[in-house]
Design a binder for this molecule. Structure first.
Ligand code: ADP
Length: 527
């Protein structure tokens, strides 16, 4: 594979840097004085494919911020500035909303089959550009190139799935209570959707929202994270190429509270869909009250991963490793607490530590890397704070526990033993490569500890007992449960949380409901 060769060459070149060229082109692309050769080659490849977009997309046009302001997008692995993108605010957002609102009247009138064909074309284009999109994602987000390729496939799968689902949005006919009447239920698109997305899945969190929205006939204003706007803009470019009409998909980024407020205050925006922190989610929910918008929220988790004495240890190690260390621990479904039954604790801990030691930390562009950097300095400081809190309360570091010698925001894959429920590692999401091991005695204790949180997104259990699988799965107050499996997300199953982890479900046949209104029609006097 050409990319594999490029990556090997890049890895061989190691940390060499291009010196000199340090200028800003009119397209907004910066050439840093310290652009490493591999990153520069990757960027060049993305640019050659026409996918290095730096302006917002409003009404089908690529637009600078009205005051010309830009923000830097940085490679977290190296600190290189990859690009300067438009830093937009309320005025640009209002125009994007107006454009989405106008386009709603034509896009929603198309047949499901016409919308489906455009979405399918978008899927095909994402797949045919998957290597460029994956490189872009690794550059701006830091995740290993293999995971980035996985995300492109996963992200694209939502477009494919909802292209198919567009044709299956059926209404109902209800048996009438009076013989001269016919009672019908129509499903209609809600209207303009504001979609606000985070940096940890720069493509999939967008397609999981935009796919069903467009399939239903809604139009969308997307606000990607300012840390990872480049993947979003590249995907939007492919949507335009696929024939998704100008104005059906708009992208604005920059001043997050201003953009958020413009979306919330607009009476034309009928739905807010958000993935991100619980704190911002609560603000958006409160802010939607004034205009009574439909809201779906996918917020923080605090996933327990319960390993019972009767687990297959190899399955448990593999599953918990995947559930914990994916994207260096930076996903809301990452195992945040590994609860291990006393009888298997020592055996599990030593095998788990061995497995964690094999994780390769490095620049995500190198194919051998399985752990990239954290997104920014604040993320590392949060992990440091959690570790300090745990050790001061009696936990002990079994592996890692400090910044990695690579510098930047790299952190050593870490295992912490004897964690208890008074520690931050137990109570909050660490969002980093830290696996806290928490011993427990009985199944009842495990369920109690697992549910002892306001979060309720993902949970994992490892056991060979079928009755226990059922019992515990049903007792867990979570929206998703993995049984003997650490990677469970798929476009065909409903994703979402209970309690303060969110509202609504994404993906699957249930995912379209978030973008639809029911209309009851009563036809009378038919005799
Ligand atoms: P994280 O900590 O994962 O970055 P955030 O909730 O801060 O989570 O960010 C998720 C998304 O929400 C990003 O696109 C971010 O820019 C956006 N965001 C942050 N604050 C606001 C706000 N006040 N209004 C609207 N969007 C916001």
């Amino acid at each position: 594979m050409a990319m594999a060769m490029a990556m090997r060459r890049a890895a061989a070149l190691g940390a060499r840097h291009i010196l000199g060229a340090s200028s800003s082109s009119s397209s907004g692309i910066l050439r840093s004085r310290h652009m490493s050769v591999d990153a520069a080659a990757a960027l060049e490849r993305i640019r050659a494919a026409g996918l290095l977009r730096t302006q917002g997309l409003i009404g089908g046009k690529w637009i600078d911020a009205y005051d010309g302001k830009t923000i830097e997008v940085e490679n977290p692995a190296t600190g290189e500035i990859l690009a300067n993108v438009s830093c937009m605010g309320s005025r640009e957002t209002s125009d994007a909303i107006a454009s989405a609102h106008t386009t709603f009247y034509s896009w929603s009138k198309l047949t499901a089959s016409e919308r489906s064909k455009a979405l399918r074309k978008w899927y095909d284009l994402i797949i045919s550009n998957k290597e460029e999109l994956a490189l872009l994602m690794t550059l701006e987000q830091g995740k290993p190139i293999k995971e980035a390729l996985g995300e492109v496939n996963y992200g694209a799968s939502f477009i494919e799935y909802f292209a198919e689902e567009a044709k299956r949005i059926y209404g109902d006919i209800i048996p009438p209570t009076l013989s001269d009447r016919r009672l019908l239920v129509l499903k209609q698109p809600v209207g303009v959707v504001g979609a606000i997305t985070p940096w940890n899945f720069p493509l999939a969190m967008i397609t999981r929202k935009v796919g069903p929205a467009l399939a239903c006939g809604c139009t969308v204003v997307v606000k990607p994270s300012e840390f990872t706007p480049l993947t979003a803009l590249a995907a939007a470019d492919l949507a335009l190429q696929a024939g998704i009409p100008a104005g059906a998909l708009n992208v604005v980024m920059g001043n997050a509270p201003e953009i958020g407020d413009a979306l919330l205050q607009s009476t034309q925006v009928r739905k807010i869909t958000f993935t991100g922190s619980t704190a911002v989610g609560k603000k958006l929910m409160a802010g939607s009250a004034d205009t009574v918008k439909k809201v779906s929220l996918e917020l923080g988790g605090n996933a327990p991963c319960i390993v019972f004495d009767d687990a297959d240890i190899d399955v448990a190690i593999k599953g918990s490793l995947a559930a914990k260390f994916r994207n260096s621990g930076q996903t809301c479904v990452c195992a945040n607490r590994i609860l291990v039954q006393e009888g298997i604790y020592e055996k599990f801990a030593s095998a788990f530590i061995k497995a964690v030691q094999s994780l390769q930390v490095g620049n995500g562009l190198e194919e051998s890397t399985s752990q990239g950097p954290l997104i920014n300095e604040a993320a590392v400081q949060k992990v440091e704070k959690f570790i300090k809190d745990a050790t001061s309360k009696g936990a002990h570091i079994m592996l890692g526990g400090k910044r990695h010698s690579l510098g930047m925001t790299f952190y050593e894959p870490t295992v912490v033993g004897n964690v208890s429920n008074d520690m931050l590692l137990f109570r909050e999401e660490a969002f980093g490569p830290v696996a806290p091991l928490v011993p427990f005695k009985t199944e009842e204790d495990a369920i109690h500890m697992a549910n002892d949180t306001n979060a309720g997104l993902a949970a994992y259990i490892f056991t060979k007992s079928i009755p226990r699988s059922w019992r515990v799965s049903e007792a867990l107050e979570y929206g998703l449960v993995g049984v003997n499996e650490g990677l469970i997300s798929t476009e065909v199953a409903p994703f979402g949380g209970v309690k303060q982890s969110g509202l609504g479900r994404e993906g699957s046949k249930y995912g379209v409901d978030e973008y639809l209104e029911l209309k009851y029609i009563c036809m009378g006097n038919l005799n």
